[in-house]
Structures are given as structure tokens and as C-alpha cells.
Design a protein around this ligand. Structure first.
Ligand code: GAR
Length: 223
């Protein structure tokens, strides 16, 4: 499966994907191109270090013209025969022009347990709310804000002393595990979409997998 990865900044999720590929964990995933809307993005050098073409499409060049920006993104992907677009820290909401060109072929990683805390800069909102569990979600992109069908989620505890930066860092560690897993399933053609529901074909969780629930703070009674 031919992939494009879209990033706006640091690119640690891109790096997790490329390391998984380099370690032979993503058979069938061909990374064709990395696209960024920010020419200063760290993701650019990560792509080049791993031998993947990197292209900048500056959003600022299109002013208020989101349609023009999205048409340009489609154009950039055309020569690569892209079959799946992975938004890995891409800080733009994509609309009908782009999504229409890749129906059910765009996935995103979001640093919260959706549907709680959609949108930008969610870590402070989570800390201020006092959540006990935080986490990350990989989902299909459907034109809403972080509202598409969910492929995989990973939870981490929010500790009492956490500020937004500490929580973001802990969430990032689970992002780096679930995004490569989602891409592996997608590249293997095992992700089945039925309305809002996603299933992974051939998944055989053990009873232990199912019963292993995450509770935080840890139980002191009834363990
Ligand atoms: C990640 O935490 C990702 O979940 C988040 O941006 C960060 C990018 O980090 N994405 C969003 O907030 C999308 N709205 P990275 O560039 O190191 O992968």
C-alpha cells in the first residue's frame, strides 16, 4: 500500500512509523512522500534521513483559500499513486475537496481518548478537567473535527503532578505504539469499516487481553 504522511512539526510520529518500517514491522507499507504545510518542520529532515521524499505545501501561500490548498495537496500526491494518507501531527482540518479524492483513505492520530477532547492543544484542557486516564486515538477522517470512526485507542494515566507538557509526553509514548499498529493493519488490508464501526479482521484477542482493563489510580481493594 502506497502511503503519504502529512506532518506540521516535530515529526516524532513519522519517526515511529519509519522506524517500524526499518525494523520490518510494516510489510506492505510503502512510504512514498511526506508532506508538510510548514517549511521549518522537523519532519522534513526525518523523512530525508529515512530516504523518503519530503514536499512543502505552505498553507500561507493560499491565504483564505482552503479549497486551493487542498487541490494543491491532491495534485502533489498524484504522481505517487497514494492509497492511504496518514495525518501524523498535521495541524490543519481537511475538508471535502481533499477527502473526496481519498474517500475513507485518510487517518489521523489525535492525542486524546475521543470523543473526549477533540480539537487543538488538548493537553491543558485534560489537566484542567482532572481526567484520570488520558491517551490517544487513531481514526478515519470524515470532515468533522476528530470525529471519524475509531481504529485503535491507547490509554495512559494522568498523574497528579502532571502539567500539560508531562501529560503530552506520556501520551506521545502511546501514540508511537498505536500509530504503527494501525498502519500495519491498514497496509495488510485488515481494517473493515461498517458505518461508524471498525473491525480488524483476523484479530484473536485472548481472554487475558480482554480482561486487562486500565484503572487509574490503581485499585487498593478488590484487585
Ligand atoms: C502529536 O501529539 C499528535 O497527536 C498531535 O500533534 C503532535 C505531533 O507530534 N496531533 C494533533 O494535535 C492533531 N490535531 P509529532 O510531530 O512529534 O508527531
Amino acid at each position: 500500500m502506497k502511503l503519504a504522511v502529512f506532518c506540521s512539526g516535530r515529526g516524532s510520529n513519522l519517526k515511529a512509523l519509519l522506524m517500524a518500517r526499518d525494523n520490518g514491522l510494516l510489510p506492505g507499507a510503502e512510504f512514498q512522500v511526506v508532506v508538510t504545510d510548514n517549511k521549518g518542520a522537523g519532519a522534513m529532515s526525518i523523512a530525508r534521513d529515512h530516504g523518503v521524499m519530503a514536499v512543502v505545501v505552505p498553507r500561507s501561500a493560499f491565504h483564505e483559500n482552503r479549497d486551493g490548498f487542498e487541490r494543491r495537496l491532491v495534485e502533489v500526491l498524484e504522481p505517487y499513486g497514494v492509497e492511504l494518507v496518514v495525518l501524523a501531527g498535521f495541524q490543519r482540518v481537511l475538508g471535502a475537496t481533499f477527502l473526496g479524492a481519498f474517500p475513507n483513505r485518510v487517518v489521523n492520530i489525535h492525542p486524546a481518548l475521543l470523543p473526549a477532547f477533540p480539537g487543538h492543544m488538548v493537553w491543558k484542557a485534560e489537566v484542567d478537567y482532572g481526567v484520570r486516564l488520558a491517551g490517544a486515538t487513531v481514526h478515519f477522517v470524515d470532515g468533522g473535527v476528530d470525529s471519524g470512526p475509531i481504529i485503535i485507542q491507547g490509554a495512559v494515566p494522568a498523574l497528579s503532578g502532571d502539567g500539560p507538557d508531562e501529560l503530552a509526553q506520556r501520551i506521545l509514548s502511546v501514540e508511537h505504539r498505536i500509530l504503527p499498529q494501525a498502519v500495519a493493519w491498514l497496509a495488510q488490508g485488515r481494517v473493515v469499516l461498517d458505518g461508524r464501526k471498525v473491525s480488524i479482521s483476523g484479530l484473536r484477542p485472548s481472554e487475558e487481553d480482554v480482561l486487562q482493563s486500565i484503572v487509574w489510580p490503581p485499585l487498593e481493594i478488590g484487585k
